[in-house]
Write a protein that binds this ligand. Structure first.
Ligand SMILES: [Zn+2]
Length: 321
């Protein structure tokens, strides 16, 4: 039976076109293979532990990471396309919400609509078991990568699968380490692990802050999983080697830039500090001035708040009064 699914994975119904898709995807749409690869990664992380695939943020986020790995920058698309269309390959059954008919709602283009129409989807039970088994899962992964992607990017995608799993483990480890104060802990300084570190740190911080900017409080998350916040280090990684949540904050792009430039910081009472320099010359700092002295948004769990030692470093070494 594995042979049957290897065959099905090698003959997915995908859109083709030399003008629509690049050579790295063999001029075929990579959406369905990316969705199946993302499902495999979530299964191996334990985030999918039963045969029910929800259109969750974790799934969309992983799908976006695969997409960005090899597709040209600036090309945008949505996981909504494969989520509804995988049905045509025989092993994917969508579960509609009451009042919706999966058959008439076939060509869905937005994740908003997907979540409105479907609870999720189920795989053939037998296929799901093959995906839960590490050996057969890797055979199915190879079938996808070798069929839909050109040689030069195959190793990149295999590598990305490993990074996804290690980054997830790393983010869990960071959460566990959060309570341990002091300078005894440092992440391994191995350049080849930078991708794992970056991705794991981002995942931990963005999750802890629930996509909300610690300084200005803004939260904007698109249905396709694009978020306005980034994971920022309080003491930069290159000198602290500290990825624990106590050395991080989720910040929107404007606040991240202002924090790194020393135009904003966080005080002893977790209040926002705004440098006088934001008002020099022709600057128009706008709403940034209204943030002065306001409490920052911190995680519910106090043990995950930025450590005052790290904030003190930022106030002394980076903040421009
Ligand atoms: Zn902000």
């Amino acid at each position: 039976m594995l042979q049957e699914y290897l065959k099905a994975f090698s003959s997915l119904r995908t859109d083709r076109g030399r003008h629509r898709y690049p050579a790295v995807t063999n001029y075929r749409a990579p959406h369905k293979p990316f969705l199946l690869l993302s499902i495999m990664d979530l299964i191996s992380q334990g985030l999918i532990d039963k045969n029910f695939i929800e259109p969750s943020f974790d799934l969309v986020d992983t799908w976006n990471i695969y997409y960005a790995t090899i597709m040209p920058p600036g090309s945008t698309t949505s996981m909504a396309y494969p989520f509804s269309r995988l049905k045509s390959d025989g092993f994917w059954r969508r579960i509609p919400r009451p009042g919706y008919d999966a058959e008439t709602e076939y060509n869905i283009k937005s994740m908003n609509r997907i979540r409105k129409v479907y609870f999720g989807a189920k795989l053939d039970e037998e296929l799901f078991q093959f995906l839960c088994n590490p050996e057969t899962r890797e055979l199915l992964r190879l079938a996808l990568i070798q069929t839909y992607f050109a040689k030069p990017v195959q190793s990149l995608l295999l590598e990305q699968g490993k990074v996804n799993i290690e980054a997830y483990q790393y983010s869990r480890q960071l959460m566990e380490k959060a309570g341990e104060k002091g300078g005894n802990w440092a992440a391994p300084d191995e350049p080849q692990k930078n991708k794992v570190r970056d991705q794991g740190f981002r995942k931990a911080i963005v999750t802890i802050y629930e996509h909300r900017c610690a300084i200005c409080g803004i939260r904007m998350l698109t249905p396709d999983g694009h978020t306005v916040v980034e994971a920022a280090h309080v003491r930069p990684w290159n000198q602290s080697h500290d990825d624990r949540p106590t050395n991080g904050m989720a910040l929107c792009r404007l606040c991240h830039w202002s924090f790194d430039e020393g135009l904003m910081s966080v005080g002893k009472e977790y209040e926002v500090l705004v440098s006088r320099r934001v008002q020099v010359e022709r600057n128009l700092p706008g709403h940034i001035l209204t943030l002065r002295d306001r409490a920052i948004f911190t995680p519910m769990d106090e043990g995950l708040r930025p450590d005052q030692e790290n904030l003190q470093w930022h106030r002394r070494s980076c903040f421009k009064i």
